[in-house]
Write a protein that binds this ligand. Structure first.
Ligand code: SF4
Length: 430
């Protein structure tokens, strides 16, 4: 049984909107998990040496495998308009595709520099698609830091793929969001056990797995940051199944329940299929909830997972949320989450980092979830932190990962508790 929704949730909580300086990674970061997911895709960032450094340091250098991302570096003469960047880009892409016949989808990824000089990558992608069809499909999207946060890169990438999907009137379920294959397989396994077998995934693992969508396609989001993709699918006539996101035992059950209701699954079958994995998830969460229960948490806006995670941590792990910041608040997508999150925390959207730091320091929550740039200074001030970016690099969805999700938050608190007795000795040695 799920715990009842709170009498007063956060649906009508006034949102603190801030539009100041922000501390987040840019959308290029998404390439790191997207290139692993789409096995015949290549991501060509059209950017600067800074963009290349970001990707290389975040993704590491692949020594034994051919990389599936790279940067076409805009040199000074390109930026100054002294060279025809479109011609140079064509030449680079020709060279890449002739050397790499395994590439079937090429994404031209815009960056701050390409957007500042208004390099039209849409036009470039159209031109290259015609030239390299049918072997390679070329698409474009923006991963620039001019957008607001790093998870927008995946949203923009998936949204760019929607117009290329064929049309069908078949009733099919589409799962939207790039999850590790093993986690996606678990979701497919649960849905198959419920008798739902016509299921597609966006993104597909390979371009040959292409599928069609239409007015009878229903889709479930696996990530809360896919607002543009949601809009693109809706424009194609597909219908969203609103649900909490599959984080924790409760979130996973409610997500599955919404799909089961859509497909008329027998309630007894639903209970039978979900009982054992749900019990395993609850047991695994309980191990970390001992550490988390009664502790407070403060979220800076980073991954756009903040509201679903606050729901999970407050309802399943006994934490108290002080502030839940999110870069964007997509009300259409997050309404079921806001209804479950008990009234109390400040809900903030956007960022003015200095003001938010002042609030975080005043609150001194037991755990602060923030970006890498803020974590070290806050740790130095004696506050326990969790890096938000870990939440998108670690498998955390569905029943089998629910324990790992809770453990991600418990670990910094346990480490701090272990180090506390040593603090005077560390201070004396400094
Ligand atoms: S896209 Fe912009 S923010 Fe991202 S690495 Fe390149 S220059 Fe920096």
């Amino acid at each position: 049984m799920n715990a009842p929704a709170p009498a007063l949730g956060c649906t009508n909580t006034p949102v603190l909107k801030e539009r100041g300086q922000r501390e987040v990674f840019c959308g290029l970061t998404g390439i790191i998990w997207l290139h692993r997911k789409m096995q015949d895709a290549f991501f060509l960032v059209v950017g600067s040496r800074t963009c290349a450094h970001l990707l290389q340091s975040a993704a590491g250098v692949m020594i034994f495998a051919e990389p599936r991302f790279g940067t076409a570096i805009l040199e000074e003469k390109d930026l100054a308009g002294l060279a025809d960047a479109q011609t140079e880009l064509d030449r680079e892409v020709d060279r890449l595709l002739s050397r790499r016949p395994d590439i079937r989808q090429l994404f031209l990824v815009g960056s701050c520099p390409s957007e500042v000089i208004k390099l039209d990558l849409h036009r470039a992608a159209e031109r290259m698609s015609v030239k390299h069809a049918p072997h390679v499909r070329v698409l474009n999207y923006s991963g620039s830091g001019i957008e607001t946060t790093f998870t927008q890169g995946e949203d923009a990438c998936l949204a760019s793929m929607v117009p290329t999907l064929g049309s069908t009137v078949e009733k099919e379920l589409l799962l939207v969001g790039a999850l590790p294959d093993v986690v996606e397989d678990q979701a497919m396994g649960l849905l198959a056990a419920l008798g739902i077998t016509k299921v597609r995934c966006l993104p597909a693992r390979r371009s040959a797995d292409a599928f069609a969508i239409g007015p009878n396609t229903v889709f479930a989001l696996m990530q809360p940051f896919l607002g543009d993709t949601h809009a693109a699918l809706t424009r194609r006539g597909s219908r969203h199944i609103p649900a909490p996101f599959p984080f924790g035992a409760e979130g996973t059950t409610l997500w599955l329940q919404a799909i089961a209701t859509e497909f008329g699954v027998d309630p007894d079958l639903f209970a039978k299929v979900t009982a054992a994995p749900r019990a395993r998830a609850e047991k695994a969460i309980a191990a970390s909830a001992q550490t988390l229960s009664g502790k407070s948490i403060f979220f800076f806006p980073d991954s756009q997972l903040e509201i679903p995670l606050a729901r999970f941590l407050t309802r399943e792990c006994g934490m108290t949320a002080i502030e839940v910041g999110t870069p964007f608040l997509h009300r259409d997508l997050l309404a079921p989450e806001l209804a479950l999150l008990a009234h109390g925390p400040t809900i903030s959207e956007g960022q003015d980092v200095d003001k938010q730091l002042t609030r975080a320091r005043a609150a001194r929550a037991d755990l602060t979830v923030c970006g890498l740039g803020l974590a070290n200074p806050l740790e130095a001030e004696g506050m326990a932190t969790k890096w938000a970016i870990e939440l998108v690099f670690t498998p955390v969805h569905f029943y089998e990962q629910a324990g790992d999700l809770a453990a991600l938050f418990a670990r910094p608190l346990r480490r701090r508790a272990l180090l506390a007795p040593l603090a005077p000795q560390i201070e004396a040695a400094e």
